[in-house]
Ligand binder design. Structure first.
Ligand code: FES
Ligand SMILES: [Fe+2]
Length: 427
């Protein structure tokens, strides 16, 4: 149970808040790279600030405050220039650092004036990696955008999946260190809703460890023992706001105190007869969280998680909770956040920043059954191996979240050799 003050310290993310300042030390995926192919400007909200992301004509990415410093017009309606963005109201132009470089009328009326030099829009860094666009809103020098090991894998079909979640980010992230919910939410509740009502294997023992890039939880269930990779390798609560499961990473990106953007980067290894496979563009999509009748969707794993998170309230009231032994991981990450908030308050670097470019060639993470994602195998062999290891991999449908568009499904099934290249329908 926390005090109201402690709860606020963990959940508030706006500028100047302790957690907001900590989270500004990390890169956050905020959009898919291919989103800017359709329209080169997109409004976003991150850490309580309204911003736009854009791509200049020269290919440079920009992230600038949403409203023009002149008279507050919306840069979402801006004009893309060679290096920067121009406000469509009176034509002031800003480079990717946010410096005003042109004021058409002022420049004509007073050519010697230095007015534009004094105008600086708030601007941040934006970089592309792994088919996503990453924002950094902290002080210089910025760390590197982490090159997590799966980003370096070849022969994969990747997709980026979003969902808008109307609740605070921290309860979403606590779920990344909560092994027992798998048994109930994803197994037993699913079985009650859609199956035969049977119960899955119960958890018998848990262990939570800290490591360089977050926390690891280990589990023994009725159907596994301590030789199983659920125990020897475990699952990763990736610092500060992600969950890592080998073939995918889920980020809980703090939009503001009451909204979270769920971002999943998913990798499917293509079968050996499709190699070498080079994906030209990483597709993206956003799934719904409610059905047409306004009810929360509970059919897929990610949707079930979302139902749990929003069910805890817009901002979970931790003054009213009762933590047990299953929540040791939750207590650990809360303490770790407090430690790192204090590090930032003391002017120190928080944990898990990557500044060494050699290290960033490939940042290794603990990965259960790495062979499933990195070994060249036929589709049948990979499915059979996955089944033996109790994974539900390489199905025709996207298993994790509802709402995959038909066009992405088609691309996936072709990449996986499930349908021919010239097919016009999915299976
Ligand atoms: S409001 Fe942007 S140029 Fe005037
Ligand atoms: Fe879950």
């Amino acid at each position: 149970m926390l005090t109201k003050k402690q709860n606020e310290r963990l959940t508030q993310v706006g500028p100047g808040t302790p957690m907001g300042e900590l989270l500004r030390r990390y890169w956050h995926p905020i959009a898919a790279e291919s989103e800017l192919d359709e329209s080169p400007i997109k409004p976003v909200r991150l850490l309580g600030e309204d911003l736009v992301i854009y791509r200049s004509k020269n290919g440079q990415y920009g992230l600038i405050e949403r409203n023009c410093p002149h008279r507050r017009a919306d840069f979402a309606n801006g004009i893309i220039e060679e290096d920067g963005i121009r406000c469509s109201y009176h034509g002031w132009c800003f480079d990717h650092r946010g410096q005003c470089v042109e004021q058409p009328y002022e420049d004509r009326a007073n050519p010697k004036g230095k007015f534009k030099e004094k105008i600086q829009a708030k601007a941040y860094k934006l970089e592309a990696k792994a088919g996503m666009l990453w924002a950094y809103m902290g002080p210089d020098p910025a760390p590197l955008v982490p090159n997590w090991e799966p980003f370096t894998w070849d022969n994969g079909f990747r997709q980026v999946v979003f969902a808008d979640i109307p609740c605070n980010w921290f309860q979403c992230q606590e779920n990344s260190c909560d092994p027992v919910h798998f048994e109930w939410m994803h197994r037993n509740w699913s079985s009650r809703q859609f199956g035969d009502g049977s119960y899955g294997p119960a958890h018998l023992e848990l262990k939570f460890d800290e490591f360089e890039f977050g926390h690891i939880y280990r589990r023994v269930r009725e159907d596994t023992d301590k030789d199983n990779q659920h125990w020897t390798i475990g699952a990763t609560t990736l610092w500060p706001n992600a969950f890592f499961l080998g073939d995918h990473i889920e980020w809980r990106v703090p939009v503001d105190d009451e909204n979270t953007l769920s971002v999943t980067w998913m990798f499917h290894r293509v079968p050996s007869d499709r190699e070498p496979y080079v994906q030209k563009k990483v597709p993206y999509w956003k799934g719904p969280v409610k059905d047409e009748d306004g009810n929360w969707i509970t059919s897929h794993v990610m949707n079930q998680d979302i139902v749990a998170w929003v069910g805890q309230g817009v901002i979970a009231d931790r003054t009213k909770e009762n933590l047990g032994k299953s929540d040791l991981g939750i207590a650990k990450i809360r303490a770790c956040f407090e430690k790192n908030i204090q590090a930032v308050e003391n002017g120190e670097d928080p944990m898990a920043l990557i500044r060494d470019s050699d290290q960033n060639i490939c940042v290794k993470l603990p990965i259960k059954h790495r062979e499933l994602f990195t070994t060249s195998m036929s589709l049948e062999d990979s499915k059979a191996l996955a089944k033996r290891l109790s994974y539900n991999l390489n199905q025709p449908d996207y298993q994790h979240q509802t709402g995959q568009p038909e066009s992405v499904k088609m691309e996936y099934q072709k990449a996986m050799g499930m349908i021919p290249e010239d097919a016009t329908e999915t299976i």
